[in-house]
Design a protein around this ligand. Structure first.
Ligand code: HEC
Ligand code: HEC
Length: 218
């Protein structure tokens, strides 16, 4: 009886395992992204489908030089994908990106994310001396009396983030980061309960200080 039972369990385990392996293989197959196709779409867009070339705003290899446009080079693929999907729905609002993201297929998004995450993240330079200490303190230690956690806890001490959950923010333009913190606060961007809670406790001056500090992180 025990022997039959143990044989039976062995058989079940083998069957279950092979089913799982097959399922995983087909999942990997369908998820294979093509960075070369991503690069082509990034640089040329697809005007017939209403997709503007990303390079016009986000710069060569994702290194935007206009401070309102985010740098995307070296960003984690999972984060880029999440943002493009969020722009398609109600959780992240921006007139330009909503229009572009809605024209993209899931494959376009996977390909672009694979391309951008393989590019180099370019460093930036913090510019505002007077707020450097405040920015450093908020980033490294948070503000205990206002229940603001250290940014470093999630975005990592050097700002590289922790894939797949926490985005890279190091080197990002100050203007862009301030806009995002403001958008989290007002609800224009509501795709992170954590960032909504944190940004509601930051003053405008604190947002500017920590965002300038982030620009200089590397
Ligand atoms: C006309 C300028 C413009 C074009 C073209 C453009 N973007 Fe954007 N993109 C922006 C701006 C501005 C933002 C910031 C939006 C916001 O404030 O939420 C943004 C945000 C993003 C973000 C979110 C970044 C982050 O750190 O959260 C991603 C990802 C992105 N764009 C990808 C793309 C891709 C891929 C394309 C091309 C298919 C593209 N963009 C084309 C201007 C542009
Ligand atoms: C508990 C974890 C956590 C902490 C602490 C945290 N963040 Fe974030 N942050 C996130 C997550 C998760 C996202 C991505 C949200 C999403 O999916 O869109 C994010 C996104 C951001 C973005 C937008 C990045 C982009 O490319 O658009 C900025 C800017 C940012 N955080 C700044 C900060 C600052 C400044 C602090 C400290 C005051 C901080 N964060 C603390 C989790 C955290």
């Amino acid at each position: 009886m025990n022997r039959v039972l143990s044989l039976c369990l062995k058989f079940l385990a083998v069957a279950l395992c092979s089913a799982l392996v097959t399922a995983q293989a087909s999942e990997q197959k369908s998820a294979a992204a093509d960075p070369a196709k991503g690069a082509a779409l990034y640089s040329g867009g697809d005007p017939a489908r209403g997709i503007t070339a990303c390079i016009a705003c986000h710069g060569a290899e994702g290194n935007a030089v206009i401070p309102q446009n985010p740098k995307l080079g070296g960003q984690h693929a999972a984060y880029i994908k999440k943002q493009l999907h969020d722009f398609q729905g109600p959780d992240r609002n921006n007139a330009i990106m909503t229009m572009i993201a809605k024209a993209m297929t899931p494959e376009d998004i996977d390909n672009i994310a694979a391309y951008l995450s393989a590019q180099r993240a370019t460093p930036g330079v913090a510019k505002v001396k007077e707020t450097a200490e405040l920015g450093r303190k908020i980033y490294r230690a948070g503000i205990a009396e206002k229940n603001i956690p250290a940014c470093a806890g999630c975005h990592s001490p050097n700002g590289a983030g922790i894939p797949a959950q926490y985005p890279r923010i190091a080197g990002q333009h100050q203007d862009y980061s301030v806009t995002q913190l403001t958008n989290f606060r007002t609800g224009t961007r509501s795709n992170s309960a954590q960032m909504t809670a944190i940004s509601k406790r930051l003053t405008d001056d604190e947002m500017k200080a920590v965002s300038d500090y982030i620009t200089g992180l590397r």
